[in-house]
Design a protein around this ligand. Structure first.
Ligand SMILES: [Zn+2]
Length: 247
């Protein structure tokens, strides 16, 4: 937990598969009364433990069932069941994600208290107010917004360009957006965002700050920043493991 209203730490940000020494998608969302692990991509468990013990987690939130966003969960299941021995941790995720999790963890309730969330749902996790919106992606995928007092954070999860970020409201302090490729691939109709589209999304949300994440392997980081800057006026940076943002 943290004295700041909201502190977001990058546990992993590689798109599709982890880069050398990196990890797939995951963030630690901390506030004065909650520690929430948002997306448990492969590699993020090791990084999470740099900041807190598993027994100090308030909840885990999973955006969707693609492997690079949740597959650390069955490993956490083993850790809690056999070693950490804390009370079951609440896990919020889509129906598809939790079904897959159950199929890989034979007595899942020993480690997790699973609850399905869906489009337009909202709930309090400690002092954090969470809202979800279904994006445009190949499987049911939930973007989320977290508000604590006057601080707000929005995560796009994975999405194509047709998702309306305003479904989670406007005037957000920090947007972490996926930025999988560059605008020269927009015509391929892949259900991910280009850096340009990530910038437009942040602009539409009237965001103060934008962080680009989920770059596909081998992408040109400078080109991603430049494209997003061409359409968004606020500060823009690239996610990297260990970086944190206070809002
Ligand atoms: Zn995906």
């Amino acid at each position: 937990m943290t004295e700041s209203p909201l502190k977001i730490t990058v546990l992993g940000c590689s798109g599709s598969y982890a880069s050398a020494g990196g990890a797939c998608t995951g963030f630690l969302i901390q506030s004065p009364k909650a520690n929430v692990w948002l997306d448990a991509g492969p590699g993020t468990l090791a990084n999470l433990q740099e900041y807190l013990d598993l027994s100090d987690l308030t909840a885990i939130v999973l955006s969707h069932e693609h492997a690079d966003h949740w597959l650390e969960l069955p490993v956490v299941y083993n850790a809690i069941r056999h070693y950490v021995l804390c009370d079951p941790i609440p896990v919020y995720g889509t129906h598809g994600t939790l079904s897959l999790a159950r199929s890989m963890c034979e007595s899942i309730e020993e480690s997790f208290a699973c609850e399905v969330v869906k489009d337009k749902d909202s709930l309090h996790i400690g002092d954090q107010f969470w809202q979800w919106s279904r994006t445009q992606h190949y499987v049911e995928t939930l973007a989320c917004r977290v508000n604590v007092a006057n601080s707000s954070f929005l995560f796009t999860a994975d999405t194509g360009p047709e998702w309306d970020v305003k479904s989670l409201g406007e005037d957000v302090n920090l947007v972490i957006s996926e930025s999988t490729f560059l605008s020269d691939r927009e015509g391929e109709e892949i259900l991910h965002l280009s850096a340009r589209q990530a910038g437009l999304l942040a602009s539409n949300a009237n965001a103060d700050k934008l962080v680009l994440s989920h770059l596909a392997p081998g992408e040109d980081e400078t080109a991603h920043l430049n494209e997003a800057r061409s359409v968004f006026d606020g500060p823009i940076s690239l996610a990297s493991v260990g970086k944190h943002y206070v809002v």
